[in-house]
Design a protein around this ligand. Structure first.
Ligand SMILES: O=C(O)c1cc(=O)[nH]c(=O)n1[C@@H]1O[C@H](COP(=O)(O)O)[C@@H](O)[C@H]1O
Length: 226
């Protein structure tokens, strides 16, 4: 892989702090991921501000609604020129098809399969009887047939998904360089290197860099393992 696959998740409440962190580690990451925390606090203005850092922007909005609403939301973010946008695969085939049709040019649309914060116990409380692995594969298939560019899944499933969808674009969060010693709310974790070796296209990393005592050293160390 000749470009840096790491997208830094900027889950920080303050815009100035988020921008300062992105600028500090910019030479050691490949892009910036802005999620719900950032978008709800700073909206379009915040995204346009972060574009000034000069890295591709991944807009992680996890859209999940009726097809018409999701398509309209996709259209209203064209102006932000995101490189990647997320929707939830559990929104169904028609929602994903309409989301892709409404996406801007050069924007990859990827579907979240099973959140990395869930394990089999959580799935069973939601009425899902199959394993996280099987459910992620099922939703990956659905996203593929709906014409999406790829999916979001944990590093524990990405190898199997890659075998069934050879040219897919796969985003893997839930990464812990310390091999899960500081999981926090994440349940299905692997190391960045394991995810890359298993076939991830993008590695999403937040707190292991943003909450590190020295974020620049943390970003460099992760880069060195890839
Ligand atoms: O869509 C995502 O990016 C996502 C999907 C998922 O299943 N799990 C997951 O953690 N994420 C996001 O990836 C980031 C992970 O952050 P850290 O756990 O701090 O590295 C957060 O911004 C999450 O919103």
């Amino acid at each position: 892989m000749n470009h840096n696959p790491v997208y830094l998740a900027l889950d920080l409440p303050r815009l100035d702090a988020a921008e300062a962190l992105a600028r500090k580690v910019a030479g050691h990451i490949g892009g910036i991921k802005l999620g719900l925390e950032f978008f709800c606090a700073h909206g379009h203005h915040g995204v346009l501000q972060m574009h000034k850092v000069g890295l591709p922007i991944f807009l992680d909005l996890k859209l999940h609604d009726i097809p018409n609403t999701v398509a309209a939301a996709m259209q209203s973010i064209h102006v932000l020129e995101p490189a990647i946008v997320t929707v939830h695969a559990s929104g169904g085939r028609a929602m994903m098809e309409d989301a892709k049709a409404a996406a801007g040019e050069n924007c990859k649309v990827v579907a979240v399969t099973v959140l990395t914060s869930l394990d089999e116990g959580d799935l069973s409380t939601m009425g899902i009887g199959e394993s996280a692995h099987d459910h992620a594969l099922r939703l990956a298939d659905l996203a593929h047939s709906a014409g999406l560019d790829g999916i979001v899944c944990s590093g524990q499933e990405v190898g199997a998904v890659r075998r069934q969808w050879k040219d897919g674009y796969f985003v893997v969060p839930g990464l812990r360089p310390d091999d899960g010693k500081s999981k926090g709310d994440q349940k299905r974790t692997v190391t960045p290197r394991e995810a890359r070796d298993a076939g991830a296209s993008v590695l999403v990393i937040g707190r292991p860099i943003s909450r590190a005592e020295d974020p620049l050293a943390a970003a460099r160390a992760i880069e060195g393992t890839l």
